[in-house]
Design a protein around this ligand. Sequence first.
Ligand SMILES: Nc1ncnc2c1ncn2[C@@H]1O[C@H](COP(=O)(O)OP(=O)(O)OP(=O)(O)O)[C@@H](O)[C@H]1O
Ligand SMILES: [Mg+2]
Length: 455
Amino acid sequence: MNTKEKILIVEDEFIVANDLKMILKKGNYNVVGIASSAAQARTMIEAKKPDWVLLDIILKGNETGIDLAKELAEVKIPFLFISANTNQSILEAVKKTQPYGFMVKPFREKDLLVMLDIARYRYSIENQEELKPEQAEQGTPFFGEIVGQTPAIKEVLNKVSIVAPTDTSVLITGESGTGKERIAHALHNNSCRKNKPLVVVNCAALPLSLVESELFGHEKGAFTGANTMRTGKFEQANGGTLFLDEIGELPLDAQVKLLRVLQEKEIERIGGNHTFKVDVRIIAATNRNLEKEVADGRFRLDLYYRLNVFPIELPPLKNRKDDILLLANHFLVKFNKANGKGITGFSNKAQQQLLQYNWPGNIRELEHLIERSSLLATTHEIDFIELPKETESFTETASGELQSLEDMERKHIMQALQASGGKVFGPGGAAEMLKIPPTTLYSKMKKLGIQQEHY
Ligand SMILES: Nc1ncnc2c1ncn2[C@@H]1O[C@H](COP(=O)(O)OP(=O)(O)OP(=O)(O)O)[C@@H](O)[C@H]1O
Ligand SMILES: [Mg+2]
């Protein structure tokens, strides 16, 4: 949990109250007080502003927990009853106050924590709904610029809205260019950490020797070249969110260290001699199939379990056909603005082309194609889109002869370059799609005579 949630206990029996307090503390809640009467509870509520109130029914004085519940409802502080009293008429009165739960004494520790957990979950969803119209009024869509209306993306956004306000680790999977990073931003921006940093680490871009110092920082003199102390990404993200992009690329050694930090919630800079606590929410993303990586021994199972608490899988664009034109128009407007163009839309033909293509590079590829088409357009409409050829049989030439390996390789590489919008290395780059190192791709391109104007 991030900042611990504040709970007020309203209970007249001291021993029961103390017991509750111990359980809640163990469950990582912050017990801000114990009140034995309604009057005392009012003062504490005023002073401590609890997030939740646990209410007993019979209290000291002549007011009951039910009286207090009505006031809590008015000031919108959620509450739960804990009582040994299950008398029918009292239960009827309790129901009318619409509590987030009722626990019959005696109960087990686990019962209470589970009830609270479920109540908090329901509360976070209800409050989210309330936030939406207000944010819409301010002109900021709830999920930033996540364009899409198909059931596939709606399901994703629903998951985002459920998990965003919590501190749960999220693992975002999906093909390259499906919007994983964008979803990571949406998760952060819709959490209570939104005013704290979102630190992005691209695990694929970290040289092996620097992974640990990047993540955990180092002390001055920790190794040759460490001339100054340096804070790592975990420290920089303290209080906020750490987005571990391309987590599938993290070397096994670093996986062990990462797992330790996630378990202990504390870090130690390299060369340092003390550990300190960090409060960081983890979002990880990968376009690899992590289960397969685990099966092949390239990814630790224990780390996989830690990260995969709440998986969100992004659908490939070809499975979101109804979003294609919506996204294409969205990008058209964006590039109109950026390039001072006034293109109004797509011809029927162009629309058909967009719908029939299978988008191996997903939204990123669409974005690049629209950018290019919009720059090239000479009329008020985009009437034709130059798509990479994918219909042509890959192994045979037009005359039916087998193609040479070299020709096939050339075509395959060009297709990848077109899908990546010309990007060779880095996330979404052609080298990644072809699963070869960028240096190998460059030398192949040179050998096959592929130059930028070809793709
Ligand atoms: N729903 C969306 N609406 C509008 N634009 C989007 C949407 N999803 C993604 N994009 C845009 O598509 C491009 C690719 O998205 P993003 O970088 O998030 O993908 P990714 O899954 O992280 O890709 P990779 O695996 O290659 O890193 C970005 O320019 C992003 O802004
Ligand atoms: Mg990405």
